[in-house]
Ligand binder design. Structure first.
Ligand SMILES: [Fe+2]
Length: 387
């Protein structure tokens, strides 16, 4: 058991149905007079976050709407949002959306506070000046970005996804309200859910994993495996939507402290080169990568099985390796049940860019926290198996 660890516990969290109604009063408490509300155009037009605007209007908060957030946000979109923030004279951020929106707000806050070019701040721990206040409101239950101190951005010139990370980027408050998930399209909900599950499983495999983060990650895995099917069937059911929201936020705190693994190394280039949804890409790679990591993860995967097999009589007669393999099979089965594609071929993704994607994956930060160190060729083979 690793009993030498550091934990950044992140922002205050207000969890619960209708907690978004407290947004206006929470802005006042944080001294936010003219926040920029960031969201994406689809979410804005769906009406799913009207309740955000109503809460701000009720509290007489004078906000500016920025609804141009991109999926897989680019450096240029962050520069654009920062220009608007300065032009309008905003003093704080509210990010209402999925990971792209929350990551955009964090990256814009870094650029606003520190100036220069966004690329000056790529990497970990380079930022010196504190960011303006930020409230994050997740609407997809997946990325955990509401409780992490990092932002994933796509550099359009280098054609890579990269990270900006520092403790100054933590939101001041995360409002996690599962009633916002009711209108989330099924396919997006399934991808986001697999993202959260991947965060927890990769967090447990990281050498930085500790009893603190394992507790969070294990609870998250248990909730996802128990409630995923019911949630994907109908996102408006309170019990399962609450369970998945909680799981995603717990997973965010876990991986925010441990780092991730090569499911993410493989998924990010697919976002950069083929615009594949991040969570869907993770869901496709997760079972293959668990098999790749099995030599180092046998005990942990077997322990995970106890969370998934409470009523399974066969489980009691299995040895450790059988239990570990059974865990992988159960994760695979879950992905199929919620209609995550089994291969990249099914999505008509070709071998185009395979060499450069393998190279980018091998150079990613997540390789360092994967339990088994892969070569570039190992990563290429993992792509090839699914292409
Ligand atoms: Fe992720």
């Amino acid at each position: 058991m690793n009993l030498n660890f550091e934990i950044a516990s992140g922002p205050k969290v207000i969890f619960g149905r209708q907690s978004v109604l407290k947004l206006g009063e929470e802005c006042t408490k944080l001294g936010m007079n003219s926040p920029m509300v960031l969201t994406d155009p689809g979410l804005k037009s769906s009406g799913a976050i009207d309740v955000v605007f109503e809460s701000l209007e009720k509290a007489k908060i004078n906000f500016h709407l920025y609804d141009n957030v991109e999926a897989n946000p680019s450096d240029t979109s962050i520069v654009d949002a920062n220009h608007k923030f300065i032009e309008v004279g905003c003093d704080s951020f509210i990010a209402a959306g999925g990971g792209s929106t929350m990551d955009t707000a964090k990256a814009v806050s870094v650029l606003f506070a520190n100036g220069g070019k966004l690329s000056d701040w790529y990497g970990i721990g380079k930022i010196l000046k504190p960011s303006p206040p930020l409230i994050s409101i997740p609407t997809t239950a997946g990325t955990g970005s509401e409780v992490t101190n990092s932002s994933i951005v796509t550099d359009t010139e280098l054609q890579i996804k990269t990270t900006v990370r520092n403790d100054t980027m933590f939101a001041n408050l995360a409002i996690v309200d599962s009633s916002l998930l009711a209108k989330l399209p099924k396919e997006l909900a399934a991808g986001a859910l697999m993202d959260a599950l991947t965060h927890s499983i990769e967090s447990i495999g990281s050498p930085k994993s500790s009893p603190w983060t394992e507790g969070l990650a294990n609870k998250s895995i248990e909730l996802i495996c128990r409630y995923a099917r019911e949630y994907i069937d109908d996102r408006s059911v309170e019990k399962s939507a609450d369970a998945i929201s909680l799981a995603a936020t717990l997973a965010g705190t876990a991986f925010g402290n441990t780092g991730l693994g090569i499911v993410h190394s493989l998924a990010h280039p697919l976002g950069a080169y083929h615009q594949l949804h991040h969570g869907t890409a993770n869901g496709i790679f997760l079972p293959s990568v668990m098999r790749f990591n099995l030599p180092k993860m046998k005990k942990k995967y077997a322990e995970m099985n106890t969370l998934l097999s409470q009523n399974d009589e066969n489980f009691k007669n299995q040895d450790e390796l059988e239990q570990a393999e059974d865990t992988i099979n159960k994760i695979d089965e879950l992905a199929r049940d919620i209609e995550i594609p089994k291969t990249l071929r099914e999505l008509d993704i070709t071998k185009k860019n395979l060499e450069v994607m393998s190279k980018d994956a091998a150079e990613s930060n997540q390789v360092k926290t994967n339990p088994v160190q892969p070569t570039e060729n190992d990563l290429k083979k993992l792509y090839e198996e699914l292409l």
